[in-house]
Design a protein around this ligand. Sequence first.
Ligand SMILES: [Zn+2]
Length: 484
Amino acid sequence: MLKQVTTLKGLEKKFDTLVYAAPENLFKKKLHTKVLPNAKWDLVDHALKSSTAGSKGTIINTWTGETTPSTFSVIMLPEKVSHYNSPARREQLYSQLTAIKTNKSKNIGIVISIDDPDMQLAVSCAVQRYTCYINRKVMAKEKTQVHLLVTDSEGSVLKMSDSIQSILDAMVLSIDIVNAPPSDLGPDAYAKLIRKTFEKRKHTSLTEIKGEELLKSNLSGIYNVGRGSNEKPRLIVVDYKPSSFKKTVVLVGKGLTYDTGGLSLKTDGNLVGMKMDLGGSAAVVGALDAIIKQEPKVRVIAALGVVENMIGPNSYKVDDIITMHSGKTVEINNTDAEGRVVLADCLSFTARKYNPDYIVDAATLTGAQMIATGRYFAGLMSNDAELESIMVNVGKKTGDLMCALPFAPEYFEDELMSELADMKNSAKDRFNAPSSAAAQFLFNHISDLDTPWAHIDMAGQAMCAKNIATGYGVALLAELVQSL
Ligand SMILES: [Zn+2]
């Protein structure tokens, strides 16, 4: 659906809809007339002169009276953004792209000029997300083709690398996983999809531990959360092991294919959109798909906790005490805080078995993340300051933004105090950074190991406010592996 274009020649006459986007500073340099000299700039000139990009960017849609293109849209992106944002202004670009008046065109050409060549990946991700967005209708017979070309600030074409292409392809995989209806992608179907994606890949092996077998591997956390479902819970480990490597990175993904909350049932309104509770695992699946194509000399192990949190006679209960993989005991005080129980087992299992140099988990973990860092920044918690800083920077490079939240056992351990077990699974004071307390819970299960670890809470990022998947995390995790 998204194709790259390699030459600017003749682009002005090639598509039903033609779009040009650049930051305001490049418009001031008149780069647009150099990049697309034969476009109908006279139609937008007046609007361009009288508009400013502001902080969100602006779009000018014009009708040309011709057929190719019938619409010519010009997007001016903000000249400056805050230091928390990506210099790619990825979110601003995506948001303006969704305002293109496509007039049902089936053939859109998008040309983007960027002022920092390192931002090619991030703007390409914005266009891929847009492409998935306009093709989101399940029953659509005809798909809209989007063609992309990116230039630097001098107007020279930037070729799309294989690495960027691999990430864009993987975003589609990840978005499809999150958008899939929960009855179409329960644990059985999801496991099948994962096997299909990774079996027969170069240097890659896959192990699946499911149902009662989980107990034999001491993975009681995963087992208990999933035992109320008709479909068996499982831990799927995909191991990309190149013939030589210096580092091992583990990526853990929360794959709750549906989260009813269990016996601590989510009430009606809160169930809407809970199919996205596999968003962390979808990011990891996508990232690994891209990584394997890139063939880095890093061993990358993906651990996916694929589980459905349902209500039934076999459901795990509030007041249950579970002995986790780490050997620590957990008193359940909320069956809706299930993701951390699943993840803790995934973390403990892989950290002990593979002794990685880094372990990173991605999860739609807490509603509190959206209060703390909002819709545009995932929450990042880490026991390692250097890893945290690398990740924040990779977030800016890819546009998958993150903001660090406190990791401080001295302040959050007490939140999980239990009289009967080593800890409870849900924090007692909801005004004491519940996202950090959830991270504390995870850390408790690997605290004896000293492994640099980071936890991405992407509860507000897996889907946008309209309940449509975003592909968040694919570019982030794939690039992170290259940066460690
Ligand atoms: Zn839950």
